[in-house]
Design a protein around this ligand. Sequence first.
Ligand SMILES: [Zn+2]
Length: 140
Amino acid sequence: MQCEICGREVGGQLSQSSVDGAIVRVCASCSKLGKPISQPRSNQFRPVSRAFQGRPLGSPSRQHEIEDPVLELRADYATMIKRSRELLGLSQQQLGGKINEKPSVISLVESGKFRPDDFLIKRLSQFFKIELLVPLEEYE
Ligand SMILES: [Zn+2]
C-alpha cells in the first residue's frame, strides 16, 4: 500500500483521511494533515460537547418553538410601571380607572411592595405596551 500524499510505501494499514474534501489513503504521519474518517470518532465527540454546553443539543428546534419560554417578572417592574404611567401623564387613580384596578394596588405595585399577579401584569403590559415578563434565561 502506498500513501497517496507522500507516496511512501507502507507495510501496514493506511488510514483514510479527508484532505481538502478529498478522501485519500494516507500513512500515519500524513493522516495528521486531514480529518480522519471511517472511524467512529465523530460520534464520540457528541456527548462530550453536550455535557460541555449543559443543555441537550439534540432537541429538535420545532419542539423549542412550541414550548413556552419560562417568563419571569422583571426585577425593575415597579420603576418600569411608574415611569410608563408618568410618561402618559396619568395619576394612579386615572390608571386604575383605565385598567380596572384599585389605585391603592397600583401604588403598592409601583413601590415594589406588591408583586402584581399574572392578570394585572397582563393588563399593565397591554396598556403600556411594555414587556414586564422576560425570559428567565436572561438572568442566568
Ligand atoms: Zn504519507
